[in-house]
Design a protein around this ligand. Structure first.
Ligand SMILES: [Zn+2]
Length: 159
């Protein structure tokens, strides 16, 4: 069966930066399962899977724009250090912050005497990614799975 909208797909994958540094992998875990066609994966990966079948192995290079997007300099902001009252801000700390675009995870990228520089870009924004994918299985989704928007294993739904 070929991967198409409303099929349940299981894949093993390893994702790496284009410098070859591994970012994440299912090699030691269960395969990733999802219903195809609902943008549950980054777009460059999802579009490459269409029409493929179980057993196929793929090497996919995804540009940043089809992965976590390009970096936006506007998401880097210097905020006065006194806003961090009671905290000792340090480079690398992450926290949730309210912004014009809603709540966002930001990371501290610089601290100086008066200001703390925070970056709201996704840590992988601006990075092209490489996926090595093995398609484990493809089957038709049930009507119930499609209406719930997630995969059911063992014909049961525990929520
Ligand atoms: Zn369900």
């Amino acid at each position: 069966m070929k991967i198409a909208k409303d099929t349940v797909v299981a894949i093993h994958y390893t994702v790496s930066s284009n410098e070859g540094v591994e970012i994440d992998s299912t090699a030691e875990a269960e395969p990733l399962q999802f219903i195809y066609g609902y943008s549950q994966l980054i777009s460059g990966l999802e579009s490459s899977l269409e029409g493929k079948e179980a057993g196929e192995k793929m090497h996919i290079e995804v540009p940043a724009s089809e992965a976590y997007g390009e970096r936006h300099d506007g998401l880097v902001q210097a905020v006065p250090k006194n806003m961090f009252e009671g905290m000792e801000p340090q480079v690398g700390m992450q926290f949730r912050a309210s912004t014009d675009d809603g709540d966002q995870t930001v990371i501290i990228i610089d601290v100086n005497d008066d200001h703390v520089v925070v970056d709201g870009n996704h840590p992988l924004a601006g990075h092209p990614l490489t996926f090595d994918v093995e398609i484990v299985s493809v089957r038709e989704a049930t009507d119930e799975e499609v209406s719930h928007g997630h995969v059911h294993n063992d014909d049961s739904c525990s929520h």
